[in-house]
Design a protein around this ligand. Structure first.
Ligand code: NDP
Length: 394
């Protein structure tokens, strides 16, 4: 029987565990390991009939990880802890020769800058170990990369522009909360924006560029340009690309709260002295904000994430929109999580399923668009994330 090791026991992990259990014939025994054992036990208790073991691990320690991976004889490691742990978990996978998958690229805790460099640099080591590493198998990155690969394969000879459009129209009833880890979310959103055009990265001020987009099943929403990690790999792998941008919707209340928190220094990631104690403002803010995992039961509304691609097919210009709509309440009913965790956890499970089944199988470090998108697209339809394609007027 296969053994699937899942590291991290937060919002995304809960979905991954539920979905792996739904596909138990592929994943076999689940070992759920995280920093806080009680959070693993809580997830396990939701699935009393499933074959799940729990364990405590500090994923910042390669030594502890190697011991865990070896003792549980894992066939795959699904990393749904935080981006800070990507490198240690990858190194432990190299040492034990066990395939690796994650949903977000590496970030150093002391610098709000995420990039694939250090993960891509491990390509040779993964090849030497004879194993695969799949990076960014969430929704964005993840499904958005697969949508691009699918558009390239079936709809275009050359794609010239891509806009990735991410809308969460969910309402949790709090004046301010983040839908996934607050620290990671606020670091991403408060950073300068960046997009890629004609071979160069162009930097913008946070929220400087906005467009209104009419999201099917949701309606028109202000969408702001952000830097997002999937662009770094897509510019390497999409043929003929001239421009790629990423947009995310934010309500006015979210933006006003964020600006205010930023202005008073609460988004700081460097230690400050407070009554003789050292604290990191952003970490303290995380303590105050609602736990994203607790938003599930209160969130209503939908998410819609997709890509708009424009380019040439047989000499004719064309434009298509591929998107996926999820409903927060429906997700909660199925796996006790809201749609942001659901839309991340399901693709993580699908990526791992294709790896275990040998359908996505290469040695080295890869991004999602480097594999056959068709089988992933089929799985999305089967596993709870059905998608649509529309041809748009130019
Ligand atoms: P949470 O904060 O809810 O969960 C993170 C989990 O990791 C927690 O259980 C935490 O433990 C555990 N953890 C943190 N540090 C360590 C450590 N040193 N050792 C062991 N366990 C540790 O985050 P989410 O579930 O919201 O997000 C999980 C990942 O998914 C993140 O990397 C995030 O960036 C990514 N993501 C990707 C998306 C995509 O579309 N690609 C979208 C949304 C998220 P503890 O319980 O003790 O705090």
């Amino acid at each position: 029987m296969k053994v699937t090791l899942i590291i991290g026991a937060g919002g995304v992990s809960r979905v991954v565990v539920h979905k792996c259990v739904q596909n138990a014939e592929v994943f076999g025994k689940i070992v759920l390991a995280s920093r806080t054992l009680a959070r693993c036990e809580e997830i396990k208790s939701e699935l009393p009939n499933a074959n799940i073991e729990v364990a405590q691990v500090d994923a910042d320690s390669v030594e502890e990880l190697v011991k865990l991976i070896s003792t549980c004889r894992a066939d795959i490691v699904i990393n749904v802890a935080l981006p800070y742990q990507d490198l240690t978990i990858m190194d432990a996978c190299i040492a034990t020769k066990v395939p690796y998958l994650d949903t977000a690229n590496y970030e150093h805790p002391d610098e709000a800058k995420f990039e694939y460099k250090l993960q891509w640099e491990r390509d040779d080591k993964f090849k030497e170990a004879g194993i695969m590493s799949l990076l960014g198998s969430g929704f964005d990155p993840g499904v958005t990369n697969v949508f691009c690969a699918y558009a390239q394969k079936h709809y275009f000879d050359e794609i010239h522009t891509i806009d990735i459009m991410d809308c969460n129209a969910g309402d949790h009833g709090y004046p301010f909360a983040t839908n996934f880890n607050p620290e990671i979310n606020l670091r991403e959103v408060s950073a300068n924006g960046r997009y890629w055009e004609n071979g160069e990265w162009i930097e913008t001020k946070p929220m400087q560029i906005m467009q209104v987009w009419d999201y099917p099943e949701i309606g028109e929403k202000d969408s702001y340009l952000l830097y997002h990690e999937e662009m770094e790999s897509l510019v390497k792998h999409i043929k003929g690309l001239k421009r790629i941008r990423f947009f995310m919707t934010f309500g006015q209340s979210y933006l006003t709260h964020m600006k205010c928190l930023e202005n008073v220094g609460m988004l700081g990631i460097k230690e400050v002295e407070h009554k003789g104690q050292k604290i990191v403002p952003m970490e303290f803010l995380k303590t105050l904000l609602p736990d994203p995992a607790s938003l599930g039961s209160r969130t209503k509304g939908k998410t819609n994430i997709g890509i708009i691609a424009e380019g040439i097919k047989d000499g004719v210009r064309k434009k298509i929109y591929i998107y996926q709509v999820s409903d927060h309440e429906k997700c909660f009913k199925e796996v006790n999580s809201q749609a942001v965790s659901y839309t991340t956890g399901v693709p993580a499970m699908i990526g791992a399923k294709l790896m275990l089944e040998g359908k996505w199988n290469k040695q080295g470090v890869y991004n999602m668009e480097e594999f056959n998108p068709d089988i992933f697209m089929d799985e999305l339809n089967k596993q709870g994330l059905p998608w649509q394609i529309k041809e748009l007027d130019i």
